[in-house]
Design a protein around this ligand. Sequence first.
Ligand code: THU
Length: 144
Amino acid sequence: MLSDEDKQRLVDAAVTARETAYAAYSNYRVGAALMCEDGAIYPGCNVENAAYPQGTCAEAGAIAAMALAGGRTIKAIAVAGGRPDLQPETDPWDLCSPCGGCRQRIAEFAQGTGTPVIIASPEGVMLETTIGALLPHAFNLEEG
Ligand code: THU
């Protein structure tokens, strides 16, 4: 279970990570923060590149930081992103929801299908869902 306090810590870490995003081409800044089973929090931000496909997502950065530190299990993850011209309050398409590739990245390390994914704007929590809801029937090499 993720306590309200831990949820807030994750959202705060994602919002802070967003401030260091390098989004020189899209101007769409994203921060992510994941919590490992041991309670450690790893943040990441998107880092774009003039050769566009070389840019990396915030979630990928957070997962790389976790792996480097030896972490292997995501207990929960928060993603905070957006641009001032978007309106996630009225248009669900404006939510900064993890992209398809990042859903698979999160699934690789998630504790289970019920692992919380918290989608936030810089103003606060917009949607609380799970990796299983975002990526049903995920590809998995293991049987059963
Ligand atoms: N982006 C992320 O960082 N995470 C996602 O899950 C979706 C998209 C970034 C990539 C790019 O730098 C910018 O948002 C606009 O697509």
